[in-house]
Design a protein around this ligand. Structure first.
Ligand code: 5GP
Length: 211
């Protein structure tokens, strides 16, 4: 029988759409998911730990990792590099884990190109006004930062069509269940069951009769 390989999935979404909380709940409620930790050149924020939120590295180290083909994708975002370390992702997939990459759209498109069987999910609130309300409600950002993020959200909305599923985050727990159900359903799409299809097609040949 075919080895059970995990699904490589990308979760992107507008800043303020609740993507982080959604992923946290997914990891808490189901045990087959593994969240990749990216490498970045940006400075750690208050409370962030090296190796937990990100691997915080210098530009030199990042560029060396690119040169050594150590990343499966990378992008620049607001003047910093962000990238996904290759070895860990490959290990987890081989062990049958469904690997989540929480990355932005340039990275998502590279992943789809390199791994056509990857699953691209985009998290959005039900409408634009709700996104603004959520960003303002957090009370952690200045009006200027909020305006920047909303403008960035406009740009990101232009790329939503490239994703496999849109995840509308209205009620959080309902959204977590829906997201999990989407991933489970995606497991049996032919693009992800190529080995199974190849085997059963071979087996069926024994039933062939010449017409
Ligand atoms: P932040 O600086 O707010 O943590 O992240 C900024 C953006 O970079 C977010 O949209 C986040 O999803 C994205 N990001 C984080 N890690 C990666 C990565 O490894 N690759 C890419 N392409 N984007 C990433």
């Amino acid at each position: 029988m075919e080895a059970k390989k995990g699904i490589l999935m990308v979760i992107s979404g507008f800043s303020g759409a609740g993507k982080g909380t959604l992923i946290k709940k997914l990891l808490e409620n189901y045990d087959n998911y593994a969240l990749s930790v990216s490498m970045t050149t940006r400075q750690p924020r208050e409370g962030e730990q090296d190796g937990r939120e990100y691997f915080f590295v210098t530009r030199e180290k990042f560029e060396k990792t690119i040169a050594e083909s150590g990343l499966i994708e990378y992008a620049t975002y607001c003047d910093n590099y962000y990238g996904t370390p290759k070895a860990w992702v490959e290990e987890q997939l081989a062990a049958g884990k469904d690997v989540i990459l929480e990355i932005e759209i340039q990275g998502a498109l590279q992943i789809k190109e390199k791994f056509p069987e990857s699953l691209l999910l985009f998290v959005t609130p039900p409408d634009a006004a709700e996104l603004k309300r959520r960003l303002e409600g957090r009370g952690t950002e200045t009006a200027e930062v909020i305006a920047k993020r909303l403008s960035r959200a406009y740009e990101e909305s232009e790329g939503m069509d490239a994703y496999d599923y849109i995840v509308i985050n209205d009620d959080l727990m309902q959204c977590v269940r829906e997201l999990h159900a989407m991933i489970e359903a995606a497991r049996n799409e032919p693009v992800r069951r190529k080995d199974f299809i190849a085997r059963i097609k071979e087996e069926m040949k024994t039933f062939r009769t010449e017409q």
